[in-house]
Design a protein around this ligand. Structure first.
Ligand SMILES: Nc1nc2c(c(=O)[nH]1)N[C@H]1C(S)=C(S)[C@@H](COP(=O)(O)O)O[C@H]1N2
Ligand SMILES: [Mo]
Length: 373
């Protein structure tokens, strides 16, 4: 993360791995996600276009709500803050492509490992409160999101990305218009002054530098909504197929996933160590976590981790477990989360799809006890 871009200094970030320079995309190594609340310095970045011009005055940033509403609204950030009740939730934001690099053969797109995710405290107002103030018409079916960032070619006329969701998701209490992250004004690189946060669903719905929401009488068709974008084949495909002509559905809730945040992959313990403290996080899109288990023997035996209570819906679950180690040597730690509907993570990347969404293969961390063998 070398060059300084207008409004963003890469040295504000700590330990991220760069996946792409233009557009700027960077993920967080799993061991840097060991905090309960992900600090801004460690929060991943995903841009589909170039950066917009930073706002000179956040409070006068304007947001428009139009389309299938009784009373279209045009509000400054200051008006949004004063007219609607303030909400703060700690919630996971995860890229739809998180885990993509584990697909074989390689799928199209940024090669995320498990680090296209973070869990921050987001403050703003419920989008539902604003929609109710505008009055949804009976014809209101879907949202369409617009941001100030130009596309990859630098064209301000074209959206870098413009996704949308069914009105029911927009009306959820946790779907927020956000201006603060971890108690500070929303940083420019994360969409400041104003962004959407749509928890549990692909991060691409959480439009940054938000300028407009268009309420539509049909499914939105902006960049990121059509073709194979954020869509999964209805019937499983053989790995490597081009997906041409197959029936697809929009990716909604993200699948269950866990990461080991300590120890780091490649850690070494002193000779004679007989237990290892393992910690991590787990989350499950719209669903909740039922359990997390950890194995040191490739899944032959599992040990259940202790789960900390999430603060609110869509918060991640922090977990820990003390794993007995039978002898010195080389071990691989696997973590497997199961959601409340009984769906657990697979050992191998399954459900291959051309754009590589929804890969929730188990995270594996190698450790050595004693001298290298
Ligand atoms: N305006 C705008 N919003 C956007 C994007 C974008 O390119 N432009 N990328 C989306 C994607 S794909 C993700 S995963 C999240 C990432 O948010 P972050 O960069 O704050 O981590 O922002 C979403 N919102
Ligand atoms: Mo994303």
């Amino acid at each position: 993360m070398q060059d300084r871009k207008a409004g963003f200094d890469p040295s504000d970030k700590e330990g991220l791995s760069l996946l792409s320079d233009t557009p700027l995309v960077a993920e967080t190594p799993e061991e840097c996600l060991d905090d309960e609340t992900t600090p801004v310095t460690r929060f991943f970045i995903r841009n589909n276009g170039l950066l917009p011009r930073p706002a000179e005055d956040a409070e006068t940033w304007t947001f428009t709500l139009d389309g299938e509403v009784e009373r279209p609204l045009r509000l400054t950030l200051a008006e949004l803050k004063s007219r609607f009740p303030r909400k703060t939730f700690r919630m996971v934001l995860e890229c739809g492509g998180n885990g993509r690099s584990f697909f074989e053969p390689e799928a199209e797109g940024n090669p995320w490992t498990h680090g296209g995710v973070g869990c921050a405290e987001w403050t703003g107002v419920a989008l539902g409160d604003v929609l109710r103030a505008a009055g949804l018409k009976d014809t209101a079916l879907f949202t369409g999101h617009f941001g100030a960032d130009p596309d990859k070619q630098g064209s301000h006329g074209r959206q870098a990305m413009s996704r949308g969701m069914p009105v029911a998701k927009a009306l959820e209490e946790h779907t927020l218009l956000v201006w603060a992250m971890n108690g500070e004004p929303l940083p420019f690189i994360h969409g400041g002054p104003l962004r959407l946060v749509v928890p549990g669903w692909p991060g691409s719905l959480s439009q940054k530098w938000l300028t407009r929401i268009w309420i539509r009488d049909r499914e939105h068709d902006g960049p990121g909504m059509t073709g194979l974008s954020y869509r999964l084949p209805v019937r499983p495909l053989p790995p490597g197929s081009d997906g041409k002509g197959v029936e697809t559905r929009i990716l909604e809730s993200m699948p269950v996933r866990s990461i080991v945040t300590a120890p780091a992959d490649g850690s070494r313990y002193p000779e004679g160590t007989r237990s290892i403290a393992v910690r991590g996080a787990a989350w499950a899109g719209d669903d909740t976590i039922a359990r997390v288990e950890v194995s040191l023997d490739g899944g032959a035996t599992w040990q259940e981790a202790a789960l900390a209570a999430p603060r609110n819906r869509y918060d991640w679950v922090r977990w820990h477990v003390l794993l007995p180690v039978p002898s010195d040597g080389y071990y691989e730690i696997f973590a497997r989360a199961t959601d409340s509907r009984g769906r657990a993570q697979p050992f191998r990347a399954v459900n291959w799809n051309p754009n590589g969404y929804g890969c929730n293969v188990m995270h594996r961390v190698a450790v050595t006890v004693g001298p290298e063998v």
